[in-house]
Design a protein around this ligand. Structure first.
Ligand code: FER
Length: 257
């Protein structure tokens, strides 16, 4: 089994290094008809004199815009990677992928309305959140400067939204993609026409994850059609070690020529 693992200490808080800032923002959503929250990480040394890439990093069915921050210490992982000189400068946006008026992770998380809200998020992201970020942060607005990745439901969203909007995204990551992932032949009906458009495609899943058939199926289709990607089947379940490794690995691959 091929396995790309983060080195020990990758998510340990380091004393005395420059740090990014993580904050909560609110943006007007025409899609949902209210004001919605997202978290935004700006990197160490962030300055509006510079222009940044943007990674949209999505949560799972049990989470909201705070899930990565509460469980994944993304700011520690990213601060350490900047300290090691491993990342292109990027802002990371943590949206709430359940695009409905009550977007908290409460009640029956599998309620069809809530599952549908994960689909509706595509419009909220493209029409509301991305424009908000691009108006309020100094960011590049080309597809090559925009990445999308996520865990589980967010991994499915990343594959669906990424492949569905190649004019907007050039980098896609899916960690333990959930059954909301569209069939690969629906997402990529004409493989010969998209050669090279996705600059890096990362797929990972734990070997103990009972949703692994979703990733297996995507991987098999990509292999069958010669679509370049990285497939990391790693030890683990449907859980944070896999997702944090996903962020650690994927963030180093993106926005590099
Ligand atoms: C399902 C099983 C798991 C499903 C979604 C999930 C939409 C999501 C899991 C997660 O986000 O952790 O059948 O259907």
């Amino acid at each position: 089994m091929r396995m790309i693992a983060a080195p020990k200490g990758y998510n340990q808080y380091r004393e005395g290094i420059p740090r990014g800032i993580i904050e909560t923002v609110e943006y007007p959503s025409t899609t949902v008809g209210n004001s919605r929250k997202a978290m935004v990480y700006t990197p160490p040394g962030f300055s509006s004199d510079n222009t940044y890439n943007v990674l949209y990093l999505l949560h799972g069915i049990g989470g909201d815009e705070t899930e990565w921050y509460n469980h994944g210490t993304p700011q520690v992982i990213l601060d350490n990677l900047y300290d090691d000189g491993k990342l292109e400068p990027m802002i990371v946006v943590f949206p709430n992928g359940r695009a409905m008026p009550n977007d908290r992770a409460e009640g029956d998380l599998f309620d069809p309305d809530k599952i549908q809200a994960f689909e509706r998020f595509e419009s909220d992201l493209l029409d509301d959140l991305i424009p908000y970020i691009e108006e309020n942060y100094p960011v590049w607005i080309n597809r090559e400067n925009r990445a999308i990745a996520g865990l589980s439901m967010g991994g499915g969203q990343s594959l669906n939204i990424g492949w569905g909007n190649l004019d907007r995204f050039a980098w896609i990551g899916a960690f333990s993609a959930a059954p909301n992932t569209c069939a690969p032949q629906v997402l990529i009906p004409n493989p010969s026409e998209i050669t090279g458009l996705v600059r890096k495609l990362w797929l990972s899943c734990g070997d103990q994850d009972n949703l692994k058939h979703i990733s297996n199926q995507m991987h098999a289709y990509l292999v069958q059609h010669g679509i370049s990607h990285i497939w990391n089947e790693e030890q683990g379940g449907h859980d944070w070690p896999v997702w944090k490794n996903g962020l650690f690995q994927f963030s180093q691959l993106i926005f590099k020529i």
